[in-house]
Design a protein around this ligand. Structure first.
Ligand code: NAD
Length: 361
């Protein structure tokens, strides 16, 4: 059994310590962070890490047994010297594309990139080009795609027992932080069909657009229409994320905390109108979505088959982010996809967070 050598670049919360923030969270199954996943996966060996903050890396070294000489402040040196098979990039999106492109051009065979994919469409385009040219597998850290509950929901949609999907309702969110997850899950639930237009707005907040620079991560809401006539509505109820997939003969709802509910065709109602009735809760085997994401990359490396995610799907979700911004800039107008004339780039003025080194801290 081949063991793949993995390295993590960006060792803060998502890179290494986020498990300490979610202990006991309802529905949560560890491992969550990139280092925790590589440590837990029996097909990967965590061999090195990189961060600009040596003190954060030192703690990663202590907790994950990475010796000092394998802790790099220069990610290029790590890639050149260690030649990892799988490179994780858990920095902020402003730093993602440059690192992914370097890793792909210098020997990485698979990339596990955190969401959001990139800070601009030009960067996302470049990431697709470099991964495809080099035959490198790519999964974005939009973990719902590997969640066993959403996988079950998707299986029921695909079975056709509820008829054709018509609408999907979910929560609008900060585009790069939250909607990067939700747009990907929307694509997943709709079988990665092509979005044809977006009509959206951004809520007021501490963001602004200065020339081509987006200064903060805005909240978006609106409508996305797909080639298979499914229409999705990103709404902002101001509470926890829920999903509702409405099909011709029933609906599926993902409630917070990992609970999934079905409603199915009922007897004709008032004036013979169609009804739907309680169809019970969905059973599924809980599992760590991020471990499944890495196992998916391992499967691709073993077999050459594409992963469940992939760089094109990541690009499609990213395009929805920038189409949401573009629609807002055009006064909420309908923006046709593929998106054209897309110069906006996210560039926040922010410092990295202090990760929590233990559940008690
Ligand atoms: N999938 C999830 O559920 C989830 C949860 C939290 C965060 N995230 C995502 O993970 C990413 C990281 O989030 P965070 O909160 O851990 O970020 P953070 O800002 O706390 O940390 C980013 C880290 O990257 C390091 N870094 C920056 N440039 C680097 C470079 N050139 N080389 C090496 N290291 C570099 C910084 O020093 C810092 O330690 C974000 O994109 C975020 O959206 C995902």
């Amino acid at each position: 059994m081949h063991i793949y050598r993995a390295a993590v670049i960006g060792c803060s919360r998502m890179g290494a310590f986020i498990d300490n923030e979610v202990v006991g969270a309802p529905g949560h199954v560890p491992p969550y962070s990139h280092t925790a996943v590589f440590a837990a996966c029996d097909r990967t060996d965590l061999i090195a890490c990189s961060d600009l903050r040596p003190e954060v890396m030192a703690e990663v070294g202590t907790q994950y047994n990475i010796p000092k000489e394998k802790q790099y402040t220069d990610y290029k040196e790590l890639i050149d010297k260690e030649q990892p098979d799988i490179v994780s990039v858990a920095t902020q999106p402003e730093h993602r594309a440059e690192i992914v492109i370097y890793a792909v051009e210098h020997g990485a065979k698979a990339i596990y990139a955190e969401k959001a994919m990139a800070a601009s469409m030009a960067e996302a385009d470049a990431m697709v080009e470099v991964c495809e040219r080099n035959g490198v597998f790519f999964n974005l850290g939009t973990q719902r795609r590997w969640h066993p509950g959403f996988t079950k929901m998707k299986e029921i949609i695909d079975s056709g027992e509820l008829g054709t999907p018509k609408t999907i309702i979910f929560n609008g969110s900060t585009l790069f932080n939250g909607a990067s997850h939700y747009y990907d899950n929307l694509l997943f639930l709709n079988s990665d069909r092509r979005a044809v237009w977006v009509q959206a707005n951004l809520t007021e907040g501490n963001w602004s657009i200065e020339g081509e620079r987006l200064t903060e991560d805005p909240i978006g809401h609106g409508i996305i229409h797909f080639e298979n006539d499914v229409t999705a509505y990103a709404v902002t109820p101001g509470r926890e994320i829920e999903w509702e997939v409405n099909c011709e003969k029933g609906s599926l709802t993902a409630l917070p905390d990992g609970v999934y509910r079905m409603r199915e065709e009922g007897p004709p109602g008032y004036r013979e109108r169609p009804t739907i009735v309680d169809g019970g809760f969905l059973d599924y085997e809980p599992a760590s979505p991020n471990l499944r994401l890495v196992e998916d990359l391992v499967h691709s490396l073993d077999t050459g088959e594409p992963p469940r995610g992939g760089v094109r799907v990541a690009h499609a979700g990213t395009e929805l982010i920038f189409a949401t911004i573009e629609s807002h800039l055009r006064g909420g107008a309908r923006v046709e996809l593929p998106l054209k004339g897309r110069p906006i780039r996210l560039l926040r003025d922010r410092a990295p967070r202090q990760p929590r080194y233990s559940p008690q801290a």
